[in-house]
Design a binder for this molecule. Structure first.
Ligand code: UDP
Ligand code: MG
Length: 313
């Protein structure tokens, strides 16, 4: 029987400080599991340092390594997509970060779980090494998100995991441009297993995803998996309209009964006008978020442009 073909899909953006250790640790893992035909697909997401050159050199040294070079920095989700779309020939694909926060030593467990019948294997964090604001952000996001969205997304999971051939094909068939990988992976379904691991801090270098980008990513996840913001607007509108109706009725009845009406003061008016104006603007903003996404989807622009491929015949 032929050994199963497993590819690792790893987006990398300015990762020169971690690449040597990544290659060394992957080689260690591969050496321990000769029963699997390993490949590594590294996606250079328009890095501005020597990342592309280092990956190309590694491809020259070791035929198991391949590279996809994108024409500019398209962001993690797009890079991941590029990798998955180039990995259809494999029996299973492991998705992971380049910065060794997802320890490569866990990969054999993912493969074993797949060999035992799971189509999707999620690496679930037992612990997380980040601290401070970043950690708080992740925690709040997962808590809030878990309550809001329409598909249940496993808490404490990220990119790290394994998809079998069918799951990869299904993912590649999804039509949308805005992609939130953990959410879509949950949406896909398929028999699933979890593997626990300890998440490390990145081995070297700085996180390439700024807080701003992570917030954008979180909003992407929220708006593409939930209509709750729209529903909240409707509820808010109903509430304010109801209140207006009640107050109006109150004054009409008083007037009809001949009770004198007190003059509404300037402060009250200003407060009401500002409050309602604010609510309306927020409403337009939320509509805009959805409309902008619709616009992006309608444009049908590719999510990434490939500049260079190494190792793909
Ligand atoms: N990454 C990428 N494109 C980007 C930013 C990041 O491909 O524009 C890669 C990066 O090289 C790493 C992974 O995405 O492999 C996760 O990025 P990072 O560690 O910076 O983010 P975090 O761990 O905070 O989510
Ligand atoms: Mg990281």
């Amino acid at each position: 029987m032929n050994p199963p073909k497993v590819a690792l899909v790893i987006p990398a953006f300015n990762e020169t400080p971690v690449l040597p250790e990544l290659f060394a640790r992957l080689d260690g893992v591969f050496a321990g599991r000769p029963d699997v035909a390993w490949s590594v697909i590294l996606i250079d997401d328009g890095s501005r340092d020597a990342t592309a050159a280092m990956i190309a050199a590694q491809c020259g040294r070791d035929p198991r390594y391949r590279m996809i070079g994108l024409s500019r920095n398209f962001g993690f989700q797009a890079a991941l997509m590029a990798g998955l779309e180039h990995a259809v020939e494999f029996d299973a694909v492991v998705t992971m970060d380049a910065d060794l926060q997802d320890p490569p030593e866990v990969i054999p467990q993912l493969v074993d779980a797949w060999r035992q019948g799971a189509s999707v294997v999620l690496a679930v964090r037992r612990s997380r090494a980040e601290s401070g604001l970043r950690r708080l952000g992740f925690e709040v996001f997962h808590r809030v998100f878990g309550r809001l969205v329409d598909v249940a997304i496993e808490r404490n999971t990220g990119t790290f995991g394994l998809l079998d051939r069918a799951a990869v094909a299904a993912f590649n068939h999804l039509p949308e441009a805005h992609r939130f990988f953990p959410g879509l992976r949950a949406w896909l379904g398929f028999p699933r297993t979890d593997v626990l691991y300890d998440r490390k801090d990145r081995a070297a270098g700085q996180p390439g995803q700024s807080i701003v980008r992570l917030v954008r990513y979180a909003l992407d996840g929220l708006f593409s998996f939930s209509r709750l913001p729209l529903r909240l607007l409707t509820l808010c509108g109903l509430f304010i309209a109801g209140l207006g109706f009640a107050v109006g009725l109150f004054f009409i009845v008083r007037r009809l009964m001949g009770i004198e009406i007190a003059q509404v003061g300037f402060t009250t008016l200003v407060t009401l006008v500002l409050f309602l104006g604010g609510v309306q603007l927020i409403g337009i903003g939320v509509l805009g978020e959805y409309l902008g996404r619709v616009y992006d989807e309608v444009k049908r622009r590719p999510n990434y442009i490939v500049r260079q491929r190494i190792g793909f015949e």
